[in-house]
Structure formats: C-alpha cells, structure tokens
Ligand binder design. Structure first.
Ligand code: GLA
Length: 338
C-alpha cells in the first residue's frame, strides 16, 4: 500500500555516500511496518531496545538473542551495517546483575566478572557484523558539579567500570569501533564533562574510538553554535563522531499542547530549516562524522509519542506517518547535492 511510490525518491544513503552512513533505530514491529522505507533510504540500523542488557540477558544463565539476530539478518540481507546499542547503561539492566542470591549488593569483583562475561558473549556473538558499539551509555551526570551520574555500576565497581567495559569489548572484537554515547551532548556544561571523561580515558590508553552524540533535539535547542562547539571539542580529542539518536521534536520545550492531530505548517517549516542546518553541519564535519542515525525512521512510530507529555503525538522525522517525504527530507537532500 505504502510502497509503490518509493522508487521515485532519491535514496538518502546514496545522497550522502561520500560523507556518512544513514541509519535508523528499528524494532521487531518497524522491521515489518517500515521495511520498504528502511531498505530504500538507510544503510545502517540500530536496535531500539533489542540489544540492551535486559533484553539479551534477562537472568544470569539465560541469553535471548532472537530479536537481535533477526535485526542482524535483516541488515545482512539488505547490505546494511549495524550499530550496537548498548553494553553498559544504568537503565534497562536487570536487578540480578547487581545482587547476590539474597538480594544484597555484590562486590566489585563479581560485578566486573558479570560485566565481562556479558560483553564477551554479546560482542563475540556479533563479531564482524557490528561496525560500532555504544559501549557505555549516559554515564555523565546532568547535575552541576558532578562528573559521573550515580548508578549501581559506579557505586559498586567505582569509576573505572567505564574503562573496564571498553577493555572487555575491545578484547572481544578488536575490529569494532567503540563509542561513549550520551544526550545533552551539546549543552556546554555537560559537553565539558563528556570531554573530560573521554580525555581521561584516552590518556589512560583505554580503547575508545568515538563519541556518540545522541542528538535528541527540537525546534530551538540546541543552537547551531552549541552543536558546532560540541563537534569541534570532541573532534579535538581525535575521536570519531557518530550522531546516534537523531530526532527533532516539533514542540518547543514549554509547549505542552495535546490537541494537535497533525503538525502545523509553522512546525514543519521550522523543522525543515533545522534539519537543513544540522545536515550542513554534519557535512562540513564529515571528516569526523562517519554515521548519522535517526532514532526511528518515519512519524508513524516514535518514542516521543506520549513522552514527555502524555496523550501527545510527535512528528520528529523526515518522513510522515505514511512514509511520504516531508519538506525536511527535500531540504536534507538539497544539502547532499549542494
Ligand atoms: C536514550 C537511550 C536509548 C533510548 C532513548 C529513549 O537515549 O540511549 O536507547 O532508550 O533514551 O528511547
């Protein structure tokens, strides 16, 4: 039904083939419902949830790889790359990882042994199929004056849980590029913390190759100047950069409306303008930026539906709910051609 018109539209990944990969986060449902769109425009996929700790390793002796395998097979069958997401995170990690049989906290050695075993198993399984892994996700704090966020990883293992995760991942697949990934990555105060963390890892000789900028952005924030500053600062560490979770909410931060059935013209124009500026920047820095992944593919499915405002739909992508190109798509394509 949705598919007949796809051939008419230039493929995004071909338009940017000199610059970077074009990726989308997918899940078992969208692998079916967005199949045509995905295979037409994208040459990289990421599991929205299916490679997270709780999904792959729900209890100590049990691994569940079916959904992740299906994604990797889909990518192979369609000549796409896979970005792995994510090995160590404070969220979506099961309780058992941090507790003994009586429910008390495990000691540092036990936790690191569990981390190692998880990373070895997962990274080895997909060795050669995954070009980059988000090894550690969101370890930096948003709180003023605090470098690392409080988490069980930090509480139990201490701050070198981060270095250990990279070492274990590198040992399991020396060919995979290893990333530190975070949000609010363009906010100056957090940017400096991410910079400080990655710089210290690099100085210790930790095998880290890149920084993932999640890029959950909106019509106003962050400013182009702040994004440029973040790209330059991270690139100055000699890191590769990936845009890992790009979406552009059509709501300004203080806009809490829940009555819109569709985005209005003003939103769509502003969104197109923003996307154009972002891709101009990505292209300008394409010596550093090697992959640009959207956190979804089209407006029929986005994690921003009902978040952070319940009962509110969002329309954050280049393609609408019927997978038709929006003005944002045409403006991004113009950037590739200019
Ligand atoms: C973070 C995580 C993603 C995802 C989003 C929300 O950005 O890195 O895996 O959970 O939140 O969908």
């Amino acid at each position: 039904m949705l598919n007949s018109h796809f051939g008419e539209f230039p493929k995004l990944h071909e338009a940017f083939k000199q610059h970077f990969l074009i990726g989308a986060a997918v899940n078992p449902m969208t692998l079916d419902t967005q199949r045509e769109l995905l295979t037409h425009h994208f040459n990289s996929v990421t599991a929205e949830n299916e490679m997270k700790f709780e999904r792959l390793h729900p209890s100590e002796d049990q691994y569940t790889f079916d959904d992740a395998n299906r994604l990797v097979e889909f990518a192979k069958a369609n000549g796409m790359g896979v970005r792995g997401h994510t090995l160590v995170w404070h969220n979506q990690t099961p309780q058992w990882v941090f507790e003994d049989r009586n429910g008390s906290a495990v000691d540092r050695e036990t936790l690191l042994a569990r981390m190692k075993s998880h990373i070895e198993t997962v990274v080895t399984r997909y060795k050669g199929s995954i070009y980059a892994w988000d090894v550690v996700n969101e370890a930096v704090s948003d709180k003023s004056g605090e470098l690392l966020r409080t988490s069980k990883w930090l509480d139990i293992a201490g701050e070198d849980f981060i270095a250990k995760a990279f070492e274990y991942a590198h040992a399991a697949d020396p060919g995979a590029q290893l990333f530190y990934n975070d949000y609010n990555e363009s906010v100056p105060e957090k940017r400096e913390k991410i910079y400080t963390l990655v710089k210290s890892l690099k100085e210790k000789g930790v095998p880290i190759h890149g920084i993932g900028l999640q890029a959950h952005w909106n019509l106003e924030h962050p400013t182009i100047d702040d994004i440029r500053e973040a790209i330059e600062r991270y690139a100055s560490l000699g890191m590769k950069l990936h845009i890992t979770e790009l979406d552009v909410s059509v709501f300004r931060h203080d806009d809490r409306r829940t009555d819109l059935a569709a985005p209005n013209d003003e939103m769509l124009e502003r969104q197109a303008e923003r996307y154009k500026q972002f891709f101009q920047l990505f292209k300008e820095y394409s010596d550093h930026i090697k992959s640009v992944t959207f956190w979804g593919a089209a407006d029929d499915y986005t994690w921003l539906d009902n978040f952070p405002v319940n009962g509110r739909k969002n329309w954050p992508f280049l393609f609408d709910t019927e997978h038709k190109p929006k003005q944002s798509y045409w403006d991004v394509l113009d950037v590739a051609r200019s």
